[in-house]
Design a protein around this ligand. Structure first.
Ligand SMILES: [Zn+2]
Length: 177
């Protein structure tokens, strides 16, 4: 299977809010398979559509990588409807390779989203899983985790970010599914 290109820091697509999903394209299941293959290849646990150049509001996760009782899940048009508590943990991102920083996020969230059958679901997540979902929804809103760290920490990684942006700046064209 041909893997998708990961859009990295510096790409304008990662700074823009994605479009709400209306009708799903016919080849959506096949596209999801390519997204999963791309995510596994890079050891990711979550991947948003705009990270592979698609301007649509959905992301994928595979929580079985974290807890074998859980599974793969697709979140279409997700919205956080409840937030509770606080949690600080280190994060990384396939679009910001080789950089890890601690980020403060909510400990527990309730998310409303649609699954691939377009059923509306509301579900609560805690801890690490809640963090992954917040990270991916940030992506869909055009926010990267390095924008959630202190200006001082940010200044330490600025030159690395500029290096990554050399590639990202060339990734200006969205792809269609
Ligand atoms: Zn990310």
């Amino acid at each position: 299977m041909k893997l998708l290109d990961i859009y990295v820091y510096g790409s304008p697509l990662l700074k823009r809010k994605t479009r709400k999903v209306a009708q799903l394209p016919d080849n959506f299941p096949q596209f999801l398979e390519r997204m999963y293959a791309t995510m596994y290849d890079d050891d990711g646990i979550g991947l948003s559509a705009n990270q592979v150049g698609v301007d649509l509001r959905f992301f994928i996760v595979d929580f079985s990588l974290h807890d074998k009782n859980m599974r793969k899940e697709v979140f279409i048009n997700p919205v956080i409807i409840q937030r509770e508590g606080e949690d600080v943990l280190e994060e990384g991102c396939l679009s910001v390779p080789e950089i890890r920083e601690t980020v403060t996020r909510e400990w527990k969230i309730k998310v409303r989203f649609e699954n691939v059958q377009r059923e509306v679901i509301e579900k609560e997540f805690e801890g690490y899983l809640a963090r992954v979902i917040q990270h991916e929804i940030d992506h869909l809103n055009g926010v990267l985790f390095v924008e959630r760290i202190s200006p001082l920490k940010r200044s330490f990684i600025e030159s690395k970010l500029e290096k990554i942006a050399e590639k990202g700046k060339t990734q200006t064209e969205p792809i269609s599914i």
